[in-house]
Design a protein around this ligand. Structure first.
Ligand code: 5CA
Length: 434
């Protein structure tokens, strides 16, 4: 992508209402613009990151055996009356009427809709188990939308729903999602801590929240220090034993921790930090299948209510969460797996024919090799170009200048370490396209 043709409104200002680093950086680096309180437009570079996160989430859901579909954002009030949640949900639900005065709502979650869809299609125990998911926009009329996309009103969520024959099956589905979550967050370069949670308005028996540790998190956590020692490799190869080990380690939100009378963790091993909730999973048994009259025929011919769970990931919240976990004074430092571009190609002298020709050629070759490149071909000062690339946080900067070019070299800078290296054009290409 040539920056001269792109839409990347980078701003030098630090917006006054942005209290945390990720919000400031998302505005400064041109990822998002607020259009109403808690509602954001995703600008091209923000959208690229959002899509990459979404794709990792999708791959791990598929790997866990979940099946993707897409449900609408708009739902009918009658559907929610079936579960009794239409009245229970409160002012966070955005309600409106269509031209025929039918009561509608913008979905804050989809338990009712998926149960209705499955109810119409599944007839026997052979239709179980199934886990279905979608990645769709939600609306919750939060009292205090804040921190940019972290607590928005409109936000992108991955929500999965499992249907099982019995409790043991439901636990297996829960565990499969648990593993998928550990892998999903690890692939994004995040260490997520599973925290035992009360089930709240979703209802049910068992629930875990997944938190990224960050000073700006909205929750205060108390947990066994051993949770910090779990390695990325361990998370990526997580299985039932990883879950058993991680869930046996103490981790609670402050409110729940305060209720615990004899904490099993000795004081020196009890860490406290703030956390950003990026995922939340629930096992709630037959709460919705019973309320909505969803049965299947069991192996013995008797009708039974399937056991359900639901599993959410805050896809848009993760964009902010990753930035909270990975930035420095100069700007964002994207983990390569979700970076909007892999390489920022900087032509230091757009008015120099040799520099322009060499940069154009590098750009063409990288693009041909399938490398995602943001090419700063604008007629701007070098300093502004460097600062811009630093804010955006592209993992590799490839710098073409007249002096180096005369000597047959370009400079390669690693955004994270700051390490710089002079390389021949061929060597730079081999490094980046490899
Ligand atoms: N139905 C269940 C699971 S599918 C559910 O809605 N769970 S939830 O309420 O915990 O939301 C799932 C995830 O969405 C949260 O863990 C969080 O990461 C994200 N989320 C929730 N509210 C917001 C919000 N206002 N802004 C951004 N992300 C949010």
């Amino acid at each position: 992508m040539r920056l001269s043709r792109y839409f990347l409104p980078v701003s030098k200002e630090t917006p006054a209402d942005a209290q945390i680093a990720s919000h400031r950086l998302m505005l400064r680096a041109g990822l998002i613009r607020q259009t109403s309180a808690g509602i954001y437009a995703w600008l091209p570079i923000g959208l690229r990151v959002l899509r990459k996160i979404e794709q990792i989430v999708r791959e791990e859901q598929n790997r866990a055996g979940a099946v993707e579909l897409l449900m609408p954002t708009i739902q009918s009030a009658d559907l929610w009356r079936e579960s009794g949640r239409y009245d229970a949900y409160g002012p966070e639900m955005l309600r409106f009427a269509d031209r025929h005065d039918r009561e509608m709502l913008y979905g804050p979650t989809n338990e009712e809709m998926i149960t209705a869809l499955f109810r119409d299609a599944a007839k026997s125990y052979r239709d179980l188990p199934r886990t279905l998911y979608h990645i769709q926009w939600k609306f919750r009329d939060e009292v205090r939308p804040r921190f940019g996309v972290m607590r928005g009103r409109e936000f992108l969520m991955k929500d999965a729903y499992s249907f099982d024959l019995d409790e043991a099956g439901a636990r297996a589905s829960y565990d499969a999602m648990f593993v998928a979550y550990l892998r999903t967050f690890a692939r994004m370069g995040l260490q997520a801590v599973p925290v035992r949670a009360p089930t709240g308005p979703i209802g049910g028996n068992l629930s875990h929240e997944f938190h990224i540790l960050a000073d700006t998190g909205e929750s205060q956590l108390f947990y066994d220090a051993a949770l910090e020692d779990v390695t990325r490799e361990e998370l990526l190869s997580a299985d039932a034993s990883t879950i058993a080990r991680m869930t046996s380690l103490y981790a609670m939100e402050a409110e729940e921790h305060e209720k615990v009378t004899d904490c099993p963790v000795p004081a020196e091993r009890l860490h406290t930090r703030r956390g950003i909730e990026v995922g939340h999973i629930f096992y709630f048994g037959t709460k919705y299948t019973e309320a909505m009259g969803m049965t299947v025929q069991g192996p013995d011919g008797q009708a039974l209510y399937p056991q359900m769970g639901s599993y959410g990931i805050g896809v848009s919240r993760l964009v902010g969460g990753v930035i909270e976990a990975s930035h420095d004074e100069a700007g964002i430092v994207w983990p390569e797996a979700i970076a909007p571009f892999k390489v920022g190609l900087i032509n230091l002298r757009a008015d120099d024919a040799a520099c322009a020709a060499a940069s154009d050629e590098l750009y063409a070759k990288l693009e041909t090799a399938g490398v995602e490149v943001l090419y700063d071909d604008r007629d701007e000062r070098g300093g502004a170009k460097f600062a811009g690339m630093d804010v955006i946080g592209v993992p590799w900067q490839l710098i073409v200048g007249p002096k180096g070019l005369a000597a047959g070299v370009v400079e390669l800078k690693n955004r994270k370490t700051g390490e710089r290296q002079e390389l021949s054009i061929e060597a730079a290409l081999a490094r980046l396209a490899g």
